[in-house]
Design a binder for this molecule. Structure first.
Ligand SMILES: [Fe+2]
Length: 289
């Protein structure tokens, strides 16, 4: 018997809603719990050939259940230590601020996990917009309490003689909300770069990638997070969901413009809603030289 038009439409709707439910389940219950290591190997202009440096980067931890409870953070830290990098950098946004948090992870608890990170050249942090918007003093105290230095418009010289590099950290570009989608940052790029002397190569940590349009060629590599790669990467809608003034341009991955290099991590946790789709949680391992 031929299918009536009505029955055909109903069946189509049934299939579509089943697919929609499966997709939503995956986005809520599967992908946020994945953990990938994304590797980059590069020698950007301004990085001395033969000078090797490996970096592990953690971005947007957003500690808090359902998807970033204590056990999960422990696994992330273990996996990061397992990479055996020379240097570990933390790119901001340490705790979850969405309204669907099922397990609160106190600042002292996520900081205690970060304190287990070990690398010969140390562990350095910058702060993100969610840290500023929700509890900047708490985030500062937590990191200070476990002895992780925060680079805020500051730079430190790392590495042994002959293999030195500058590690610079930028203040957050969205620190104060001053209106609808209007912000005042505490970032001072010229002041940060003014701290750099000599000719050792420079790595810049910036929570939001948008600063990249102003980063000079003196910086060999910029590392950023914040975008979560759009967090839910679906066709057509995705570019609008990337929290950047530049849409897809700085959304994710290795970006090269005018000989300048930036790597944007998709991060680990979630904001707005505890879902991820097409951007699995990741730790970065970057090999320079
Ligand atoms: Fe952020």
């Amino acid at each position: 018997m031929a299918m009536t038009r009505r029955r055909f439409i109903l069946r189509g709707l049934g299939v579509a809603s089943l697919a929609g439910t499966a997709t939503a389940s995956y986005a809520a219950m599967v992908e946020p719990f994945r953990l990938e290591v994304t590797r980059y190997a590069l020698t950007p202009p301004g990085w001395p050939a033969g000078q090797r440096l490996s970096i592990a980067a953690i971005a947007d931890l957003h500690a808090g259940g359902p998807n970033m409870g204590r056990e999960r953070i422990r696994a992330v830290i273990d996996a990061t230590n397992g990479l055996g990098a020379d240097l570990v950098v933390l790119l901001g946004d340490y705790f979850a601020t969405h309204r669907f948090v099922t397990e609160v992870v106190p600042h002292a608890a996520w900081a205690a996990e970060l304190a287990r990170l070990a690398a010969p050249l140390g562990v350095y942090a910058i702060l993100g917009n969610h840290d500023w918007w929700h509890d900047i003093q708490g985030a500062r105290r937590a990191l200070a309490g476990v002895g992780i230095p925060v680079l805020e418009n500051d730079a430190v010289l790392i590495g042994a003689p002959g293999r030195r590099a500058w590690l610079a950290g930028l203040g957050d570009q969205l620190a104060y909300r001053i209106g609808h989608r209007r912000y005042r940052g505490v970032d001072d790029l010229p002041g940060t770069l003014a701290r750099i002397t000599g000719d050792a190569p420079v790595i810049l940590l910036a929570h939001e990638p948008d600063i990249f349009v102003r980063v000079p060629g003196r910086v060999a590599l910029t590392l950023a997070g914040h975008t979560h790669g759009g967090q839910v990467r679906v066709p057509l809608l995705w570019p609008a969901w990337v929290p950047s003034a530049y849409g897809r341009r700085f959304a994710y991955g290795h970006i090269v413009e005018g000989g300048r290099h930036m790597i944007v991590s998709g991060g680990l946790g979630t904001s707005a809603m505890p879902v991820r789709m097409g951007v699995p949680p990741e730790i970065l391992r970057i090999d320079l030289g």
